[in-house]
Write a protein that binds this ligand. Structure first.
Ligand code: PMM
Length: 251
Protein backbone atom coordinates (compact mmCIF):
# COMPACT_ATOMS: atom_id res chain seq x y z
CA UNK A 1 0.00 0.00 0.00
CA UNK A 2 1.40 3.39 -0.90
CA UNK A 3 1.80 6.32 1.47
CA UNK A 4 0.99 9.69 -0.03
CA UNK A 5 2.42 12.52 2.07
CA UNK A 6 0.48 15.77 2.29
CA UNK A 7 2.34 18.98 1.51
CA UNK A 8 -0.12 21.83 1.82
CA UNK A 9 1.47 25.07 0.68
CA UNK A 10 -1.29 27.14 2.22
CA UNK A 11 -1.39 29.57 5.12
CA UNK A 12 -4.79 28.29 6.28
CA UNK A 13 -4.61 24.52 6.00
CA UNK A 14 -6.40 23.12 9.03
CA UNK A 15 -3.78 20.54 9.92
CA UNK A 16 -0.59 22.39 9.05
CA UNK A 17 -1.66 25.73 10.48
CA UNK A 18 0.39 27.63 7.96
CA UNK A 19 3.65 26.11 9.14
CA UNK A 20 4.65 25.09 5.64
CA UNK A 21 3.42 28.09 3.72
CA UNK A 22 6.88 29.41 3.03
CA UNK A 23 8.74 27.99 0.08
CA UNK A 24 11.76 26.97 2.14
CA UNK A 25 9.65 25.22 4.74
CA UNK A 26 7.67 23.40 2.06
CA UNK A 27 10.76 22.16 0.27
CA UNK A 28 12.33 21.13 3.58
CA UNK A 29 9.25 19.15 4.52
CA UNK A 30 9.18 17.55 1.07
CA UNK A 31 12.79 16.44 1.43
CA UNK A 32 12.04 15.11 4.89
CA UNK A 33 9.20 13.05 3.48
CA UNK A 34 11.48 11.64 0.78
CA UNK A 35 13.96 10.62 3.50
CA UNK A 36 11.08 8.98 5.38
CA UNK A 37 10.23 6.86 2.35
CA UNK A 38 7.16 8.64 1.00
CA UNK A 39 5.77 7.14 -2.21
CA UNK A 40 4.02 10.25 -3.54
CA UNK A 41 4.08 13.83 -2.24
CA UNK A 42 0.70 15.48 -2.70
CA UNK A 43 1.21 19.20 -3.21
CA UNK A 44 -1.72 21.58 -2.84
CA UNK A 45 -2.05 25.35 -2.84
CA UNK A 46 -5.73 25.66 -2.05
CA UNK A 47 -7.25 24.62 1.27
CA UNK A 48 -10.37 22.48 1.06
CA UNK A 49 -11.18 22.46 4.75
CA UNK A 50 -14.90 22.93 5.53
CA UNK A 51 -15.81 26.59 5.12
CA UNK A 52 -12.69 27.53 3.13
CA UNK A 53 -12.90 30.22 0.45
CA UNK A 54 -11.41 29.67 -3.01
CA UNK A 55 -7.87 30.81 -3.76
CA UNK A 56 -7.27 32.68 -7.05
CA UNK A 57 -5.43 30.74 -9.76
CA UNK A 58 -2.39 33.04 -9.77
CA UNK A 59 -1.98 32.61 -6.02
CA UNK A 60 -2.40 28.83 -6.28
CA UNK A 61 0.27 28.66 -8.99
CA UNK A 62 2.65 30.93 -7.07
CA UNK A 63 2.42 28.61 -4.08
CA UNK A 64 2.84 25.24 -5.74
CA UNK A 65 4.93 25.56 -8.91
CA UNK A 66 8.25 26.64 -7.30
CA UNK A 67 7.93 23.83 -4.74
CA UNK A 68 7.25 21.24 -7.46
CA UNK A 69 10.22 22.47 -9.50
CA UNK A 70 12.51 22.33 -6.47
CA UNK A 71 11.42 18.84 -5.37
CA UNK A 72 11.56 17.52 -8.95
CA UNK A 73 15.29 18.18 -8.85
CA UNK A 74 15.46 15.72 -5.95
CA UNK A 75 13.61 13.03 -7.88
CA UNK A 76 10.32 13.33 -5.96
CA UNK A 77 7.18 11.64 -7.24
CA UNK A 78 4.44 14.22 -6.82
CA UNK A 79 0.73 14.69 -7.31
CA UNK A 80 -0.86 18.09 -7.73
CA UNK A 81 -3.89 18.56 -5.48
CA UNK A 82 -5.99 20.97 -7.51
CA UNK A 83 -9.48 21.43 -8.94
CA UNK A 84 -8.19 23.62 -11.79
CA UNK A 85 -7.21 22.20 -15.18
CA UNK A 86 -4.74 25.04 -15.78
CA UNK A 87 -2.97 24.42 -12.47
CA UNK A 88 -2.90 20.68 -13.13
CA UNK A 89 -1.28 21.24 -16.52
CA UNK A 90 1.31 23.70 -15.17
CA UNK A 91 2.16 21.34 -12.30
CA UNK A 92 2.65 18.34 -14.59
CA UNK A 93 4.85 20.47 -16.83
CA UNK A 94 6.83 21.54 -13.74
CA UNK A 95 7.52 17.93 -12.75
CA UNK A 96 4.49 16.45 -10.97
CA UNK A 97 3.33 13.03 -12.21
CA UNK A 98 -0.27 12.65 -11.00
CA UNK A 99 -3.37 14.83 -10.74
CA UNK A 100 -5.39 14.73 -7.52
CA UNK A 101 -8.73 16.44 -8.12
CA UNK A 102 -10.98 16.54 -5.04
CA UNK A 103 -13.89 17.53 -7.28
CA UNK A 104 -13.60 14.51 -9.57
CA UNK A 105 -13.84 16.80 -12.58
CA UNK A 106 -16.90 18.72 -11.36
CA UNK A 107 -15.24 22.02 -10.46
CA UNK A 108 -13.61 22.75 -13.81
CA UNK A 109 -15.20 21.62 -17.06
CA UNK A 110 -11.77 21.43 -18.70
CA UNK A 111 -10.22 19.14 -16.08
CA UNK A 112 -11.10 15.69 -17.46
CA UNK A 113 -10.07 16.52 -21.03
CA UNK A 114 -6.86 18.08 -19.73
CA UNK A 115 -6.04 14.99 -17.66
CA UNK A 116 -6.77 12.81 -20.69
CA UNK A 117 -4.50 14.89 -22.87
CA UNK A 118 -1.69 14.90 -20.28
CA UNK A 119 -2.10 11.11 -20.01
CA UNK A 120 -1.15 10.91 -16.34
CA UNK A 121 -2.83 9.12 -13.40
CA UNK A 122 -5.95 11.00 -12.29
CA UNK A 123 -7.43 10.71 -8.80
CA UNK A 124 -11.18 11.35 -8.83
CA UNK A 125 -12.57 12.05 -5.38
CA UNK A 126 -16.24 12.00 -4.37
CA UNK A 127 -17.36 15.63 -4.04
CA UNK A 128 -20.66 17.46 -3.88
CA UNK A 129 -19.59 21.09 -3.97
CA UNK A 130 -17.11 23.65 -2.76
CA UNK A 131 -15.92 23.70 0.85
CA UNK A 132 -17.69 26.96 1.66
CA UNK A 133 -21.03 25.19 2.04
CA UNK A 134 -20.30 21.48 1.69
CA UNK A 135 -21.55 20.51 5.15
CA UNK A 136 -25.13 21.28 4.09
CA UNK A 137 -24.74 18.66 1.35
CA UNK A 138 -24.13 15.79 3.78
CA UNK A 139 -27.53 14.25 3.07
CA UNK A 140 -27.73 10.65 1.86
CA UNK A 141 -30.22 7.81 1.58
CA UNK A 142 -27.56 5.16 2.07
CA UNK A 143 -24.19 6.87 2.12
CA UNK A 144 -22.22 3.92 0.73
CA UNK A 145 -24.64 3.26 -2.13
CA UNK A 146 -24.95 6.96 -2.95
CA UNK A 147 -21.21 7.70 -2.90
CA UNK A 148 -20.51 4.63 -5.03
CA UNK A 149 -23.09 5.62 -7.61
CA UNK A 150 -21.86 9.25 -7.71
CA UNK A 151 -18.28 8.00 -8.09
CA UNK A 152 -19.46 5.69 -10.87
CA UNK A 153 -20.79 8.77 -12.70
CA UNK A 154 -17.41 10.45 -12.37
CA UNK A 155 -15.68 7.32 -13.68
CA UNK A 156 -17.97 7.34 -16.72
CA UNK A 157 -17.34 11.03 -17.31
CA UNK A 158 -13.58 10.51 -17.02
CA UNK A 159 -13.60 7.60 -19.46
CA UNK A 160 -15.85 9.53 -21.87
CA UNK A 161 -13.36 12.42 -21.77
CA UNK A 162 -10.60 10.03 -22.83
CA UNK A 163 -8.87 9.26 -19.53
CA UNK A 164 -7.57 5.74 -19.83
CA UNK A 165 -8.90 3.13 -17.42
CA UNK A 166 -5.35 2.42 -16.26
CA UNK A 167 -4.90 6.05 -15.23
CA UNK A 168 -7.97 6.24 -12.98
CA UNK A 169 -7.81 6.18 -9.18
CA UNK A 170 -10.89 6.73 -7.01
CA UNK A 171 -11.35 8.21 -3.54
CA UNK A 172 -14.52 8.23 -1.38
CA UNK A 173 -13.73 11.75 -0.13
CA UNK A 174 -13.67 11.29 3.62
CA UNK A 175 -14.88 14.49 5.31
CA UNK A 176 -16.24 16.07 2.12
CA UNK A 177 -20.00 16.66 2.51
CA UNK A 178 -20.07 13.83 5.06
CA UNK A 179 -20.82 13.78 8.78
CA UNK A 180 -19.04 11.63 11.37
CA UNK A 181 -21.26 8.59 10.80
CA UNK A 182 -21.06 8.84 7.02
CA UNK A 183 -17.26 8.73 7.22
CA UNK A 184 -17.24 5.66 9.45
CA UNK A 185 -19.82 3.87 7.32
CA UNK A 186 -17.63 4.40 4.27
CA UNK A 187 -14.57 3.09 6.11
CA UNK A 188 -16.51 0.08 7.36
CA UNK A 189 -17.59 -0.64 3.77
CA UNK A 190 -14.31 0.17 2.04
CA UNK A 191 -14.32 -3.28 0.41
CA UNK A 192 -17.28 -2.16 -1.69
CA UNK A 193 -15.18 0.69 -3.07
CA UNK A 194 -12.28 -1.67 -3.75
CA UNK A 195 -14.74 -3.93 -5.60
CA UNK A 196 -15.40 -1.12 -8.09
CA UNK A 197 -12.21 -2.28 -9.79
CA UNK A 198 -10.06 0.86 -9.53
CA UNK A 199 -7.23 1.66 -7.11
CA UNK A 200 -8.74 3.33 -4.01
CA UNK A 201 -7.12 6.18 -2.11
CA UNK A 202 -8.32 7.09 1.40
CA UNK A 203 -7.62 10.52 2.89
CA UNK A 204 -8.67 10.43 6.53
CA UNK A 205 -5.58 11.96 8.09
CA UNK A 206 -6.34 14.11 11.16
CA UNK A 207 -9.90 14.77 10.00
CA UNK A 208 -12.60 15.79 12.46
CA UNK A 209 -14.52 12.49 12.52
CA UNK A 210 -11.53 10.92 14.32
CA UNK A 211 -12.37 12.97 17.44
CA UNK A 212 -10.03 15.11 19.53
CA UNK A 213 -10.10 18.87 19.89
CA UNK A 214 -7.49 19.64 17.26
CA UNK A 215 -5.77 17.94 14.31
CA UNK A 216 -2.64 17.05 16.28
CA UNK A 217 -4.76 15.02 18.70
CA UNK A 218 -5.95 12.86 15.81
CA UNK A 219 -2.54 11.52 14.84
CA UNK A 220 -2.72 8.24 16.78
CA UNK A 221 -6.20 7.51 15.44
CA UNK A 222 -4.92 8.22 11.92
CA UNK A 223 -2.08 5.72 12.32
CA UNK A 224 -4.44 3.11 13.75
CA UNK A 225 -6.78 3.65 10.80
CA UNK A 226 -3.95 3.12 8.33
CA UNK A 227 -3.19 -0.20 10.02
CA UNK A 228 -6.86 -1.16 9.90
CA UNK A 229 -7.08 -0.31 6.19
CA UNK A 230 -3.86 -2.09 5.30
CA UNK A 231 -5.56 -5.43 4.74
CA UNK A 232 -8.50 -4.01 2.82
CA UNK A 233 -7.04 -3.98 -0.67
CA UNK A 234 -6.94 -0.21 -0.98
CA UNK A 235 -4.18 1.34 -3.07
CA UNK A 236 -3.02 4.01 -0.67
CA UNK A 237 -3.52 6.45 2.18
CA UNK A 238 -3.05 10.23 2.05
CA UNK A 239 -1.48 11.30 5.34
CA UNK A 240 0.34 14.17 7.04
CA UNK A 241 3.10 12.22 8.80
CA UNK A 242 4.90 9.70 6.62
CA UNK A 243 7.23 7.87 8.97
CA UNK A 244 4.73 6.37 11.46
CA UNK A 245 2.54 5.18 8.60
CA UNK A 246 5.43 3.49 6.88
CA UNK A 247 6.37 1.91 10.20
CA UNK A 248 2.89 0.65 11.02
CA UNK A 249 2.52 -0.79 7.52
CA UNK A 250 5.82 -2.65 7.85
CA UNK A 251 5.09 -3.86 11.40
N1 PMM B 1 -8.55 15.66 1.56
C1 PMM B 1 -8.11 16.93 1.57
C2 PMM B 1 -7.43 17.45 0.45
N2 PMM B 1 -7.20 16.70 -0.64
N3 PMM B 1 -7.41 14.65 -1.76
C3 PMM B 1 -7.85 13.40 -1.80
N4 PMM B 1 -7.64 12.65 -2.89
N5 PMM B 1 -8.52 12.84 -0.75
C4 PMM B 1 -8.79 13.52 0.38
O1 PMM B 1 -9.43 12.98 1.31
C5 PMM B 1 -8.34 14.88 0.46
C6 PMM B 1 -7.64 15.42 -0.66
C7 PMM B 1 -8.34 17.79 2.77
O2 PMM B 1 -7.42 17.51 3.77
P1 PMM B 1 -6.09 18.40 4.07
O3 PMM B 1 -6.56 19.83 4.22
O4 PMM B 1 -5.55 17.82 5.32
O5 PMM B 1 -5.14 18.28 2.95
Amino acid sequence: MIVMGILNVTPDSFADGGRHNEFDAAVKRGLEMIAEGVDIIDIGGESTKPGAERVPETEELARVIPVIEALAKHGATMSIDTMRASTAKAAIEAGAQLINDVSGGLADELMLATAAQLNVPYIAMHWRGHSKDMNSRAVYGDVVTDVISELQERISAALDAGISQNNLIIDPGIGFAKDVHHNWEIIDSIDQFVAMGYPVLVGASRKRFLGGDNPDQRENATIALTKRLSGSGIWGVRVHSVKPHKEVLNA
